[in-house]
Write a protein that binds this ligand. Structure first.
Ligand SMILES: Cc1cc2nc3c(=O)[nH]c(=O)nc-3n(C[C@H](O)[C@H](O)[C@H](O)COP(=O)(O)OP(=O)(O)OC[C@H]3O[C@@H](n4cnc5c(N)ncnc54)[C@H](O)[C@@H]3O)c2cc1C
Length: 462
């Protein structure tokens, strides 16, 4: 049993705390935002969470998140459903002619999801009731306590110090762990960092959940659209564009946003509800990855980073919470199998496991995003995007084939809900050939919807 400090009570911090406490550790979670979580029913209206930029932006939990949560922390799923979280089969969002008859095994595509404040309020309530978990809110960590290259605790605003056997940074996208380590005399972690380049224009709705018409992420010329079911008769819709595409910035105006969405037959029914006021806009989202073992040596021991504090990307694929959950499970397992007194070994093993098991998920997301952003920029320039990367052509063909073949629709759904990897798909005998036969000659944007010119006209004419 170790004394563990978890920095940050966001999605990963709370999940990590519960998993570690369940495994016998004494866990204290330190959260900067002072507000106590309201009851889930009041969380959307009442919870002020400036520490999480994306707090009010659309979120959907992947089916893999539900699968892992049901296995690891089933009471979270129970509490989420009790709070009005929606259990929904993501394959069922496709029209019947695309998915065919229901088959054995299709239940794997089920998820349970909610608006982010509701989801986090549920996690916070379950974590608060978990033995060996203490959550201290209004506690801002400002640096690290060290002995040589070993982190032994944290410093906090107000002059507090807290000691621990292990510090787990779950401070999210804006985590300052890198600068704290350098200030403490450690070597600089390896950091890759760039603006992901996308802008989100999201709205939440309430009413009668629309019938599903297509995948939750839809790719069109100049914009992607997310249609995300939520809790208690709510859902959200987001348009995602390139940040360089100035002509689309009018989407921050609700009337123009409505006019734009009206042109997309698969997404327009999702705007038939009571909208929350205004359009939530988020830009300047970073892709960031940090490595804490440099040239084979940990920059410090006694500290690890989990979830967005380790790596984060543009979120249009909706993978952040699932990657964070898998990462937290991995940390629990490494600590379970490693002598906690062997601080060096803990950090090395977690680094190796992270590199092998979750870094490919991050890299895959980055790969998709880079292509998609380049494609959106090509759309704005009036150029057809044809990169010299057969995997991109294969990915587009997979989607196109999923529109006409129920088997491929399932394979595509497994990919997008993180139940399978691209390698799983490519290794199935005959499947890549079938995908190329059915999808390779599809139009660049196979879904019905406006081209760039019509989209601009809708925004400007409203
Ligand atoms: C626009 C947008 C949409 C998204 N949509 C999805 C989606 O549909 N599905 C999905 O799975 N993921 C989505 N994500 C990603 C998801 O939000 C993150 O992966 C997830 O929140 C990461 O959890 P975390 O605990 O690592 O960080 P966070 O949830 O950001 O929590 C970090 C916490 O640390 C606290 N903190 C920071 N610094 C300190 C400090 N010094 N002292 C004390 N506390 C501190 C913060 O206040 C905060 O509470 C989206 C992200 C964005 C930006």
């Amino acid at each position: 049993m170790s004394r563990i400090l978890v920095l940050g009570a966001g999605l990963c911090g709370l999940t990590t705390a519960m998993l570690l406490a369940r495994d016998g550790h004494e866990v204290t979670v330190l959260e900067r935002d002072p507000a106590e979580p309201p009851a889930p029913a009041d969380a959307w209206q009442a919870w002020h969470r400036p520490g999480v930029n994306q707090f009010r932006l659309p979120h959907l939990m992947a089916a893999r998140w539900r699968v892992e949560m049901e296995a690891e922390l089933p009471e979270v799923i129970g509490a989420l459903e009790a709070a009005g979280g929606l259990r929904i089969n993501l394959l069922g969002l496709l029209p019947a002619e695309r998915r065919g008859e229901w088959r054995d095994g299709d239940e794997r595509f089920e998820t349970v999801t909610a608006r982010r404040p509701v989801l986090e309020a549920v996690l916070a309530a379950v974590a608060a009731g978990t033995s060996r978990v203490t959550i201290r809110r209004g506690f801002t960590v400002s640096g690290l306590l060290t002995e040589g290259s070993r982190v032994t605790g944290v410093l906090a605003e107000g002059g507090h110090t807290l000691r621990a056997d292990l510090v787990v940074d779950c401070g999210g996208r804006r985590s300052a762990l890198g600068s704290w380590l350098i200030a403490a005399g450690a070597r600089r972690p390896v950091e890759e960092r760039a603006d992901c380049g996308f802008v989100y224009y999201g709205r939440h709705f309430q009413g009668r959940l629309p019938e599903g018409q297509g995948n939750v992420l839809q790719r069109y010329e100049s914009a992607s659209i997310l249609t995300l079911p939520g809790d208690n008769g709510t859902w959200s819709v987001a348009l995602i564009t390139s940040g360089r595409d100035k002509a689309l910035r009018g989407l921050r105006d609700p009337a123009r946003w409505d006019a734009a969405l009206a042109g997309y037959p698969l997404a327009a029914p999702w705007c038939d509800g009571e909208p929350a006021e205004g359009v939530d806009v988020i830009a300047g989202i970073e892709d960031r990855h940090r490595g804490f073992v440099v040239d084979g040596e940990p920059v410090a021991t006694g500290v690890v980073a989990v979830g967005d504090a380790w790596a984060c990307t543009n979120p249009s694929l909706g993978r952040g919470a699932t990657i964070g959950l898998l990462h937290a499970i991995g940390l629990r397992d490494v600590l379970h199998d490693t002598d906690p007194e062997d601080h060096d070994k803990v950090v090395r093993r977690f680094h190796d496991w992270t590199s092998a098991a979750v870094e490919p998920l991050y890299r895959g997301t980055l790969w998709y995003d880079r292509h998609r952003l380049a494609e959106l920029d090509a759309d704005a320039a009036g150029v057809h995007y044809r990169p010299d990367d057969p995997r991109w052509a294969f990915s587009l063909a997979t989607f196109a084939a999923s529109l006409v073949d129920p088997d491929v629709a399932r394979e595509y759904q497994a990919l997008t809900t993180m139940l399978a990897t691209p390698d799983d798909l490519v290794s199935q005998p005959g499947l890549p050939e079938k995908i190329m036969r059915l999808g390779a000659s599809a139009p660049a944007y196979p879904l019905p919807g406006p081209g760039r010119r019509e989209l601009l006209a809708a925004i400007e004419g409203s």
